[in-house]
Design a protein around this ligand. Structure first.
Ligand SMILES: [Zn+2]
Length: 403
């Protein structure tokens, strides 16, 4: 691609970070709004916007907003200024994508993955895939995001605790990706990224939000004050292994404990109960197939699962007081069969103040939730107040090298 910048001076981007942070956090701002938010004079703001525009990082949008005089155009981050590399590691496949900064997927592909093969081999395959995708159309790599089906220590960029990723615990995933692509890299648990996807992509964007994924397993993600809440070790939201008793023979969980929510309501547990009743079922998909055929035993089990999820969620609602709870994952496709039990149990158990305005919704499954969530996580990191100067430094050097 030929750029139309004959001589680009990276120094022109100094001090433009605060303007870029504001634009990235908004969905477009007018010059008047930027003047007010930054406290800069019109002249200084104009200089910084010129620098960002020359660097092709900021542009005027086509839509306008009314102002005192003629309608004014909104300014926004230029989505095609850079790309983000995103990977979503599933249990058998890894989905890879190059996104723009919005983030929307530009190119993608899927590669095979065996959990037993180890971190380095999997990361090499991911890196090779990214390079193939970049060859189809790339640009400045703003950052790399990886979604993992495991608990992740977000700060260290490492898998922690037991998971299907055996032997990954000591591997510095974030550092490896950062060094390979010379760009900031984030590794994050998949349910946290689905949570980010549901929250940022939704209409409501409540400051306090809870997402619960009910598939073959059960996990949840928490947003407080508009940000992902990860806890001290990245283990926050592990709702699937909350134990509760009250029955004579609490079921054994795959974690080894008795009476966990998963052992009562996850896809694997309902499949276990259906097999005991003589049906063929292995996972959440098989359960949903039976529900769709209106098999009464399957519907009754899903309703019971809704009540169990509602019981565990009631405690979370009492502690966190979310404005919005979204239920996703394969079992959520059972619709009201599942949602009714959740809704009724929360209403029964929580104080009215916590539930009066609580919105409970079904989040339709999106195959791209983890990929887009990973790209959103990267976007938020590079356009955060702490990260933007590093981004501008790297971007300015890249532009200058091409001018
Ligand atoms: Zn358990």
């Amino acid at each position: 691609m030929l750029l139309t910048v004959p001589s680009f001076d990276p120094a022109s981007l100094e001090a433009t970070g605060s303007v870029l942070v504001l634009l990235a956090a908004s969905r477009g701002l007018s010059r008047a709004e930027l003047t007010e938010a930054t406290g800069l004079s019109r002249v200084t703001l104009g200089q910084r916007l010129t620098a960002l525009g020359t660097a092709q990082l900021v542009r005027e949008r086509d839509d306008t907003v009314p102002s005192g005089g003629r309608p004014t155009r909104l300014l926004d981050v230029a989505d095609d200024a850079a790309v983000i590399l995103a990977a979503d590691m599933g249990e058998r496949h890894i989905r890879l994508a190059v996104t723009d900064l919005s983030p929307a997927i530009r190119h993608q592909e899927t590669v095979d993955f065996q959990p037993g093969e180890g971190a380095l081999a999997a990361l090499e395959r991911i890196a090779a895939g990214f390079e193939r995708l970049l060859a189809r159309g790339g640009g400045f790599v703003a950052g790399v995001g990886l979604s993992l089906p495991a608990p992740v220590d977000h700060r260290a960029g490492r898998v922690v605790g037991p998971s299907i990723l055996h032997g990954w615990d000591d591997f510095a995933i974030g550092d490896w990706l950062r060094d390979r692509f010379d760009a900031p890299a984030v590794a994050e648990n998949d349910v946290n990224l689905m949570t980010l996807f549901e929250h940022r992509g939704g209409e409501r964007r409540d400051d306090a939000f809870l997402f619960v994924k009910i598939g073959t397993g059960i996990g949840s993600g928490i947003v407080t004050d508009g940000r992902l809440y990860r806890g001290a070790q990245g283990a926050a939201g592990d709702i699937g292994h909350i134990q509760f008793f009250g029955d004579d023979a609490p079921p054994l969980c795959r974690c080894g404990k008795l009476g966990c929510l998963e052992a009562r309501a996850a896809g694997w547990a309902l499949a276990r109960d259906l097999r005991a009743l003589g049906f063929e079922a292995e996972d959440a998909r098989d359960v949903i197939a039976l529900v769709n055929r209106e098999v009464p035993e399957a519907i009754a089990l899903v309703r019971g699962a809704g009540q169990a999820v509602g019981a565990a969620l009631s405690d979370a609602v009492s502690i966190l007081n979310p404005g919005h709870v979204a239920i996703g994952g394969t079992l959520a496709q059972a619709g009201d069969h599942l949602m009714d039990g959740i809704r009724e149990t929360i209403r029964e158990r929580c104080l009215p103040l916590a539930t009066r305005d609580l919105v409970l919704t079904h989040a339709p499954t999106s195959d791209e939730a983890c990929l887009i969530g990973a790209a959103m996580c990267v976007r938020e990191r590079i356009f955060a107040a702490e990260g933007v100067d590093r981004f501008l430094g790297r971007y300015g050097a890249w532009m200058a090298a091409r001018a």
